[in-house]
Design a protein around this ligand. Structure first.
Ligand code: ATP
Ligand code: MG
Length: 463
């Protein structure tokens, strides 16, 4: 196997051209056809090249194509300035103040185009007291643009016109050897930007690449530097990690590398709560599964799952203090969200959905009268039901409840009428029953109704 690989790499290098410090790898060596490039990205490289500029697909997309994966998006790097790019494409706009990028629009597709950048030389670099780069926004040439990237596998340039790959850091051989390797001195690169430690974990888990030893080694001693990274950026990276489709693997790796414990508040929530651990692991597994099936996943659902057990315990405390279940749940939600806003920087825009998912949970327990029908018509029913299934799977509530809802949502009207439990709707809100309705209620299965222990009693208000 290794012999074969060496032979292939050797044969390939025989056909690879060297220009300066760049290795140019032709199509018949790497085998990535321009058909793998999106129509919009191709139009951008063609347009820029026709106007006399250099233009390449760069970064994650080239790496993913070489690994036979479907790229998330296609980023373009060019020697054209943002103003040049704007002149070439009418439907485009310059975005970003710190580093200006251009978004070029083709139909529904938007392609991000960035001008080659260089890493600022050490003496000119603006850093914080720990060496973290505060600015890296100078234009540069292609070689400099390759050097400022993080991993060798992320620093390849693909030219769709010639189908050649430009490689300055041996990234092609590293990808073929399934190795994720930092460009330059890993310790220096982590100091410049500590988020690269998280990227190392996420990308190696997501791509199934092994972390080169020298790249992984400094992490243990440098992890404290994550404390200097702005919360919003950490949250951003944590979200990428949790929504990578390999969240379980990532979390396991972070734990192995001892990157939790106070450094990443989100991870503390995930790993440091004994009660909710099973639930959270199931939520992550479920998220990974949905991504592999190309189903949508929402950050709000994930946050709601991560915080559910905190809400549950706060809810209990408030109820024990004599508050009604509804008031107690509202108080618990507000309390947990307030705390987490401060700690995790969870954007407030997710609050409404998280609260809806939580507030609908007790309503699954109520299976009498018209209430299940009303619950089904809630816009957030689907998400809340998925959330309920996680609770069942984790053993928090009886699996019967999930099975009941599974059947009820697709059942015929007759079957639904049979399934409805004796109506336990509060008396003051009970409407006059139609003749015969009481009989129908008697046909329900009382055992199932009592099997599920609900923290909420029947006075929970409906709608
Ligand atoms: P993904 O598939 O998750 O999008 P990606 O490698 O494309 O992975 P992006 O965040 O989209 O990740 O970044 C695009 C490219 O920008 C990377 O491939 C890498 O070359 C460069 N890059 C991103 N973050 C950093 C960083 N912190 N330091 C240096 N280069 C970076
Ligand atoms: Mg990307």
């Amino acid at each position: 196997m290794i012999k074969k690989l060496l032979k292939r790499v050797f044969q390939q290098s025989a056909r690879t051209r060297v220009e300066g410090r760049c290795h140019i790898i032709p199509f018949d060596v790497h085998g990535v056809s321009h058909e793998g490039i999106s129509y919009a990205a191709r139009r951008v490289t063609d347009g820029l090249q026709a106007a006399g500029f250099a233009a390449f697909v760069v970064g994650g997309a080239v790496r993913d194509l070489l690994l036979n994966r479907h790229p998330k998006d296609f980023d373009i790097a060019t020697n054209a300035t943002p103003e040049d790019v704007r002149r070439v494409f009418r439907r485009s706009r310059i975005i970003g103040r710190r580093f200006r990028l251009v978004h070029v629009m083709f139909g529904e597709d938007t392609v991000e185009v960035s001008t080659f950048r260089r890493m600022i030389e050490e003496e000119d670099a603006e850093t914080d007291e720990h060496g973290r780069l505060l600015r890296d926004n100078e234009f540069g040439d292609q070689e400099q643009d390759a050097a400022r990237r993080d991993f060798t596998a992320n620093a390849l340039f693909y030219d769709p016109a010639t189908q050649e790959i430009h490689d300055y850091h041996n990234g092609y051989a590293d990808i073929r050897a399934n190795t994720l390797r930092m460009i330059g001195d890993p310790a220096v690169r982590y100091r410049e930007d500590p988020v690269r430690m998280l990227r190392a974990v996420r990308l190696s888990a997501k791509l199934g690449m092994k972390l080169d030893e020298a790249t992984g080694a400094p992490i243990a001693g440098m992890k404290e530097l994550l404390g200097n990274v702005p919360q919003a950026r950490l949250l951003d990276e944590m979200l990428k990690l949790l929504l990578s489709g390999h969240s379980l693997e990532c979390v396991k790796k972070l734990r192995e590398m001892d990157l939790h414990h106070g450094l990443l508040p989100m991870l503390d929530v995930i790993l440091e709560q004994p009660m909710g651990e099973r639930f959270i692991m199931l939520a992550l597994q479920n998220t990974d599964q949905r991504i592999s099936e190309e189903k949508s996943v929402s950050p709000a659902f994930l946050f709601a799952a991560l915080l559910w057990h905190e809400v549950l315990s706060a809810w209990k405390v408030h109820q024990a203090a004599g508050e009604s279940p509804v008031a107690a749940l509202h108080a618990a939600m507000d309390e947990v969200l307030e705390r987490q806003h401060a700690q995790l920087a969870i954007p407030r825009r997710y609050d409404a959905i998280m609260k809806e998912l939580w507030l609908l949970q007790p309503r699954f327990e109520q299976r009498g009268g018209q209430r299940p029908i009303r619950l089904l018509s809630q816009p957030r029913f689907r998400g809340a039901y998925d959330f309920l299934l996680l609770r069942c799977e984790s053993g928090e509530v009886d699996a019967q409840l999930g099975l009941w809802w599974d059947e009820f949502q697709d059942a015929t009207d007759e079957r639904r009428a049979e399934m409805l439990m004796q109506d336990d709707e509060p008396k003051k809100r009970r409407r006059r029953k139609k003749p015969g309705a009481a009989k129908q209620d008697e046909k329900t299965q009382p055992e199932t109704a009592t099997q599920t222990e609900s923290p909420v009693q029947s006075e929970f208000p409906i709608d």
